[in-house]
Design a protein around this ligand. Structure first.
Ligand SMILES: NC(=O)c1ccc[n+]([C@@H]2O[C@H](COP(=O)([O-])OP(=O)(O)OC[C@H]3O[C@@H](n4cnc5c(N)ncnc54)[C@H](OP(=O)(O)O)[C@@H]3O)[C@@H](O)[C@H]2O)c1
Length: 371
């Protein structure tokens, strides 16, 4: 396993992070305690150190199980522990959710208790609440870092302008910067490329990709036939739930799955491995969040970085999955940019600028993040 420094911090994290949204079978598509423990052990034995949860996941059970496994294995110091707040945990209490200072502190105390620890390595805002001023979030984050209860801070599922505002305030006011932005990114969901990838590269927020297999779709196990999709797993269980992250069965997506299958066959790799490898090698991506309900899946996914997708096959994948370029992004395409630069091709920086520097550590490669 290679380790990378996250964003503008010195925090060393594995390139594959373990997502624990499946820890606990409370939502009907997760793993029971025994299975979750096996997943945790396998990830740690493979050299992974970056583990993600949230107070929301399986109603707090994910945090409880993770805290228990860390305690039992005596690995608190080895793990880079991430959890998140935003979602309301007490219906009827308007301040028991959202991103205001009152809820951030309340939520943190709850997470510390469930995780059975006295600090969080990376504390993240889970989802933009549309109302809390950026000044309040970044000031509270900095206070928590100073208090020692939190080491680093990050954000997930928010507009790029809001993340950029937080990062700019942190930089200008000498406060703790955001170490990462966690967003959905996969071969079927590439919309973050318009705003978030350049943001991560220029503002040093880095990117952590969630649902890199589109909730299992990109493993190839779901097959459309006669207006019906067959296959067992989360997407079949939650079909029709209305959660946009779970609405993955579409003609467009199955065309991407077909191209992925062609590439995977060519390389003699599983479709999941190729899909994860694709995400991990996209610009701005620091870490890919892998999720599993079974150890066989995790085993498969942990072997996704030890090969390269050749250029011609990469082009096939990129073409099949290209996101739609809508207004105003259509003005940033080569055709219009050529009109601005007098027909010349002008890049932001020479390609060597974003190349990574390998700092050889003892027994493990530690690399400064691409941004
Ligand atoms: N910030 C956010 O808003 C947000 C949102 C979602 C997730 N996340 C984080 O990202 C993590 C990963 O997300 P995700 O679970 O949606 O990731 P994913 O990789 O898109 O989906 C993982 C699921 O796909 C199936 N699967 C995985 N590997 C497989 C394989 N090799 N072969 C066949 N099926 C396979 C399993 O589900 P089945 O067995 O049920 O098919 C597994 O639970 C989460 O645990 C969480 O930490 C964050």
């Amino acid at each position: 396993m290679d380790y990378f420094t996250l964003g503008k911090t010195g925090l060393k994290v594995s390139r594959l992070a373990l997502g624990t949204m499946t820890f606990g079978d409370d939502w009907g598509w997760g793993a029971d305690e025994k299975n979750s423990r096996a997943l945790f052990d396998m990830f740690m034995q493979a050299g992974g150190n970056f583990i993600d949860t949230a107070d929301l996941y399986t109603g707090g059970n994910s945090e409880k199980l993770l805290g228990k496994f860390i305690k039992e294995t005596g690995t608190r110091d080895n793990v880079v522990l991430t959890t998140k707040f935003s979602y309301n945990t007490e219906p009827g209490n308007v301040n028991a959710g959202g991103n205001g200072r009152k809820n951030i502190i309340r939520a943190l105390e709850g997470s510390l208790k469930r995780l059975d620890t006295d600090y969080i390595d990376l504390y993240m805002l889970h989802t933009w609440d549309k109302v809390t001023p950026a000044e309040e979030v970044i000031r509270t984050f900095d206070d928590l870092v100073r208090s020692g209860k939190v080491r680093h801070v990050g954000i997930s599922d928010a507009p790029a302008w809001y993340i950029a505002q937080l990062q700019t305030l942190a930089t200008e006011r000498g406060l703790e910067p955001l170490a990462t932005a966690q967003l959905e990114y996969s071969l079927v969901e590439r919309n973050i490329e318009h705003e978030f990838v350049p943001m991560a590269q220029r503002l040093g927020t880095s990117l952590m990709a969630w649902s890199p297999l589109a909730s299992g779709l990109l493993s190839g196990k779901y097959k459309p036939s006669n207006n019906e999709v067959k296959g067992e797993g989360r997407l079949a269980t939650v079909a029709g739930s209305g959660n946009p992250a779970f609405e993955k069965f579409s003609d467009r997506n199955f065309k991407i799955v077909a191209e992925l299958e062609r590439v995977a066959d060519h390389l003699g790799r599983s479709m999941a491995q190729v899909a994860l490898n694709w995400v991990a090698n996209q610009p701005g991506v620091s870490s890919v969040l892998i999720g599993a309900t079974k150890v066989t899946q995790l085993q498969d996914n942990l072997s996704s970085l030890d090969f390269e997708i050749p250029k011609d096959l990469m082009e096939g994948l990129n073409k099949a999955s290209a996101p739609e370029v809508k207004n105003p992004y259509s003005f940033f395409t080569p055709a219009i940019q050529g009109m601005i630069h007098g027909g010349a091709s002008v890049g932001d920086k020479p390609s060597s600028y974003y190349q990574q520097t390998l700092i050889q550590g003892e027994g493990a490669g530690v690399t400064a993040d691409a941004d």
